[in-house]
Design a protein around this ligand. Structure first.
Ligand SMILES: Cc1cc2nc3c(=O)[nH]c(=O)nc-3n(C[C@H](O)[C@H](O)[C@H](O)COP(=O)(O)OP(=O)(O)OC[C@H]3O[C@@H](n4cnc5c(N)ncnc54)[C@H](O)[C@@H]3O)c2cc1C
Length: 427
């Protein structure tokens, strides 16, 4: 069964009239709140998908699941298309899925092909609306109460089943705990290769995915291809790529006076496919929400105070902790401090640590080595304190403070404490 849906986008009155007049069956109606909807007159001519791809999309139901995989075919065919796995974590979409959809759009500049997103869970409607503003021709969702928790067998079976149907050239997962668990199972089932923890992706004209990742302890960056088997599967660390929704990229294009390309508009054409399924296997592997939220996830922190070798003694960390506490920020470290045992490895930022994307990053006594900078590419606003105005971190910083952190830090803390007490007194 298929039908047309109207996306909740803001439309001018003129545009609404234009759409209504363009439907040959007068099936586009307006409700009392002025929102467009499709009524029973719709004959599924799909003309609206052409004249209003940002507004109208096709919903399909009833595809078959569990068809046995034709692995031999998959291995030998070259295939087209990119499939991105969208992960849910703590009832939210993990940003890495949206980052991968945005990257996929960049990749298909080389060779036009479809991007599909796949999401598994229960009560997914709200998530679909969010994914919808990222580039994907089709969002495939599998909704079932038993998918509320991660089940390796079921997730593997479902993803492989959709791969069998879509036959993509590329399949991308976030390198999250769940993605790292699931991607190898899918790759094994499909008898194809997997490159884990990629830090860069490229597609060559032959549609071969160039998967870059650190190798030999991070001393070299290896470029890996999966020349024969398909799909080419990669996991990618969060925050390596920027999530760019369609509206943002369009307004950026307008700002740079370039008209939005036709391809970008077409990419907004999304179908939704809903498939019922039977859960496969009894053995559930559950990543509990509680278990996850207890752990620090630096990649999702909004504010970070990162410390480098400018901190001279371990006991001096206390003063930085005070700053972090006042700001509600997470503490992070450059590698030498982690190696010295001053901080946990889950708090290391950089190439061999975490890639972070906070709104605010304060670095104290960090020089800005290439390896450190690789981990802060997507930090929004960076304030750096360093004695050396020529340190590389100062070029990356939005606000570079040349000075001794031992002088700057107490002053900063004092001012913050004062500000807080003023706010407290006013309240
Ligand atoms: C394969 C590989 C992977 C790596 N991965 C990572 C990684 O993931 N993360 C990482 O961080 N590094 C990584 N490194 C190490 C990296 O090359 C650098 O050695 C490291 O980032 C330097 O850390 P730092 O900035 O704290 O120290 P330094 O480079 O020693 O810089 C200290 C800075 O503090 C400033 N300073 C000193 N005293 C003060 C003061 N009182 N007030 C203000 N400023 C002061 C100095 O001017 C200097 O700029 C990796 C290296 C390799 C080879």
């Amino acid at each position: 069964m298929a039908y047309i849906e109207v996306r909740k986008t803001v439309l001018t009155e003129e545009k609404k009239k234009e759409y209504q007049n363009a439907c040959p069956f007068a099936a586009i109606k307006m409700d009392e709140q002025g929102a467009l909807y499709i009524d029973d007159n719709c004959r599924l001519c799909k003309l609206c998908l052409k004249f209003g791809p940002e507004t109208f999309f096709l919903v399909e139901q009833g595809a078959e699941l569990g068809a046995s995989l034709d692995i031999k075919d998959l291995k030998t065919e070259k295939g087209d298309g990119i499939l991105v796995f969208i992960e849910l974590e703590d009832k939210k979409i993990h940003p890495v899925g949206l980052q991968l959809l945005s990257k996929a759009q960049e990749l298909i500049e080389v060779r036009k092909q479809e991007i599909h997103a796949i999401i598994l869970g229960s009560e997914l409607e709200d998530y679909l609306a969010q994914i919808n503003s990222y580039p994907a021709e089709k969002i495939v969702y599998y909704s079932h109460p038993d998918l509320k928790v991660f089940n390796l067998e079921a997730y593997t079976e479902i993803i492989c089943s959709y791969v069998n149907e879509f036959r993509p050239a590329v399949l991308l997962f976030g390198a999250t705990p769940l993605g790292r668990h699931l991607a190898p199972a899918v790759a094994t089932r499909l008898k194809t290769g997997l490159t884990a923890d990629c830090t860069a992706l490229d597609l060559n004209p032959e549609n071969e995915l160039i998967q870059t990742r650190p190798a030999f302890g991070g001393n070299i960056m290896a470029e890996i291809k999966t020349p024969v088997a398909r799909p080419q599967i990669a996991t990618v660390r969060p925050n390596i790529f920027k999530a760019q929704n369609i509206e943002t990229s369009q307004s950026e294009q307008e700002n740079s006076n370039k008209p939005p390309s036709l391809e970008a508009k077409n990419l907004n054409l999304a179908d939704f496919v809903k498939i019922d399924f039977e859960v496969y296997g009894e053995n559930k592997h559950i990543l509990t929400e509680k278990g996850k939220s207890d752990q620090l996830d630096l990649t999702q922190a909004d504010k970070i105070v990162a410390l480098g070798r400018g901190i001279k003694k371990q006991e001096d960390l206390k003063i930085a902790e005070k700053l972090a506490q006042l700001l509600g920020a997470q503490l992070a470290f450059s590698r030498p401090l982690v190696e010295a045992g001053w901080g946990s490895s889950i708090r290391q930022v950089g190439l061999s640590g975490r890639s972070v994307a906070p709104k605010l990053l304060i670095t104290l006594g960090v020089s800005g080595s290439v390896q450190f900078l690789a981990g802060i590419k997507n930090a929004e606003f960076v304030i750096s304190v360093n004695l050396d105005e020529k340190a590389d971190i100062m070029k990356r910083a939005d606000l570079a403070l040349v000075g001794d952190l031992y002088e700057v830090l107490p002053e900063l803390i004092e001012q913050l404490v004062q500000k807080k007490s003023e706010v407290g007194n006013d309240a």
